[in-house]
Design a binder for this molecule. Sequence first.
Ligand SMILES: *[C@@H]1O[C@H](CO)[C@@H](O)[C@H](O)[C@H]1NC(C)=O
Ligand SMILES: *[C@@H]1O[C@H](CO)[C@@H](O)[C@H](O)[C@H]1NC(C)=O
Ligand SMILES: *[C@@H]1O[C@H](CO)[C@@H](O)[C@H](O)[C@H]1NC(C)=O
Ligand SMILES: *[C@@H]1O[C@H](CO)[C@@H](O)[C@H](O)[C@H]1NC(C)=O
Ligand SMILES: *[C@@H]1O[C@H](CO)[C@@H](O)[C@H](O)[C@H]1NC(C)=O
Ligand SMILES: *[C@@H]1O[C@H](CO)[C@@H](O)[C@H](O)[C@H]1NC(C)=O
Ligand SMILES: *[C@@H]1O[C@H](CO)[C@@H](O)[C@H](O)[C@H]1NC(C)=O
Ligand SMILES: *[C@@H]1O[C@H](CO)[C@@H](O)[C@H](O)[C@H]1NC(C)=O
Ligand SMILES: *[C@@H]1O[C@H](CO)[C@@H](O)[C@H](O)[C@H]1NC(C)=O
Length: 449
Amino acid sequence: MFTCCVVLCAGLIRKVWIKWNESPVIVSFAETSTPVWQIPYPAVTVCFETKAMQTRFNFTEYYHLYYNESTLANLTEEEKHLFEDISLVCDDHLSPPGGRKISNGNETVNNIRVTSPNITDVFFGCKWKDAPRDSCTDLFSPILTEEGQCYTFNTLGASEMFRTENLHQEYGYLEHENSADNWTLEDGYPPMTPLETYPHRGSGYGVKTGLTFLLKAKETDLDYLCKGPVQGFKILLHNPAELPRLSQQYFRSPLSQEVVVAVKPKMMTTSEGLRPYDPTRRQCYFPTERYLRYFKVYTQANCEMECLTNFTNVRCGCVQFGMPHGPNMSVCNAGNRDCMKQAQVELVTVEILSGLDPHTSHNDTLGDARAVAAECRCLPACTSIEYEAETSQADYDWKAIYRAYKLPIEDDIDEKRSSSRPAARSSMVRRTSSPTAAVYWGCSWASPS
Ligand SMILES: *[C@@H]1O[C@H](CO)[C@@H](O)[C@H](O)[C@H]1NC(C)=O
Ligand SMILES: *[C@@H]1O[C@H](CO)[C@@H](O)[C@H](O)[C@H]1NC(C)=O
Ligand SMILES: *[C@@H]1O[C@H](CO)[C@@H](O)[C@H](O)[C@H]1NC(C)=O
Ligand SMILES: *[C@@H]1O[C@H](CO)[C@@H](O)[C@H](O)[C@H]1NC(C)=O
Ligand SMILES: *[C@@H]1O[C@H](CO)[C@@H](O)[C@H](O)[C@H]1NC(C)=O
Ligand SMILES: *[C@@H]1O[C@H](CO)[C@@H](O)[C@H](O)[C@H]1NC(C)=O
Ligand SMILES: *[C@@H]1O[C@H](CO)[C@@H](O)[C@H](O)[C@H]1NC(C)=O
Ligand SMILES: *[C@@H]1O[C@H](CO)[C@@H](O)[C@H](O)[C@H]1NC(C)=O
Ligand SMILES: *[C@@H]1O[C@H](CO)[C@@H](O)[C@H](O)[C@H]1NC(C)=O
């Protein structure tokens, strides 16, 4: 009997051991709900699809001048540079492959900023928690992304987002400096934090407790060549400690439409018991375990951004202007657009390629690039917040409401000659007070006895 028991137990223990060895972590729902005010309100980043206002720089006109042999000769050096710089934020096929390969980052970013719509051109009005603001400048501030100049709400300031000592000094990415000293990604808000703080916290449930904004665009400023026939705005909700990548993820807010967004935060926390484990076994990094060169806060998206920067630099000898980079890296221009695009694809496939034929593709830069890619290992952070957005939309007939109020619509049009003002209105809704929160649990030895 005793021998049988020992053998049986040994068999069961072996099974449990194998299971633990293969996957020491289980994910389960937290047993207590987290109130919504302990989680920051999502950061909202808005990009206008018209990158250069036609009244400031007529991209369509310059496109035809640039791509015509006889008129190209008559363009001045500045005009050519301006066109090449603006083409960086347009669709890739518009960038002239014969353009400059590398440019002065300060000059390129300046050109993009000067021609892009400023905050008063884009925003008509803003409301935060149902209280109208005189101007949107205290809620939104400019941010430089891969998509050019965009506007962001609730994102951390530059000194809290970046390791500024490692960054180049040519130009900045974030302009506001709201101090976020009362919030960290892993610990959240300390108990004595006032209700109104930065980053803004979630509060209550419903349309009125969120952010509402009205965007505008003048018909004369729309450019149909740069970004193609889809006009309107790109919007992304993200973690305040994360630099948004609007070229990858976004939802659209078309012209003359109202978009309502319901947000459901998804928070992952990890039990302290998992700290002694190896990061690859628990599949996440605690904040002190991973150092990013350009970002202060470790999140998966920031790590991927930095990894792409390192990879692009090795592959092309320069990086996209929207990628935070060090003083030793230069900024790519139109001539390197194809290389940057290829690097983005290669980064994803480099592991497969190196597995397939490690000998045949003997290209020096590819070898170096592989080493850079292997160094990335961008696992998720052990505490992460994501926001799931659910949108609905309807027509927004701004002309009808002008007529209904008997507003002098004629005057308005006279003033801004043929400036029909299609507006997209977005309002945000925080959903339910108990967001789904999941917790990683440590393994517990269940001894079958
Ligand atoms: C821009 O150039 C195009 C083509 O030359 C022209 O049709 C359009 O009216 C111009 N836009 C402005 C605002 O001047
Ligand atoms: C190039 O520009 C010249 C002068 O404006 C014009 O006559 C010619 O038709 C253009 N060529 C093309 C291919 O558009
Ligand atoms: C280019 O400039 C020269 C002199 O300024 C002028 O004679 C010529 O017509 C221009 N060419 C075009 C295509 O505009
Ligand atoms: C935006 O540009 C307009 C001119 O188009 C200017 O009057 C306004 O002051 C600018 N606003 C800001 C915030 O720079
Ligand atoms: C960037 O360029 C602007 C003008 O184009 C100049 O005022 C500024 O000093 C330059 N900044 C750096 C860091 O070169
Ligand atoms: C942080 O909290 C302290 C009180 O604990 C408060 O005085 C301070 O204004 C808060 N800072 C911000 C930026 O909200
Ligand atoms: C940057 O370049 C300088 C000189 O070109 C060199 O001394 C320095 O080590 C480089 N820094 C890095 C981080 O590569
Ligand atoms: C290595 O790859 C780069 C970029 O794809 C290419 O331009 C270069 O010609 C390649 N070199 C060799 C020796 O194949
Ligand atoms: C990018 O390169 C820098 C310097 O070479 C390095 O410190 C950093 O860890 C790299 N980032 C990633 C995500 O691999």
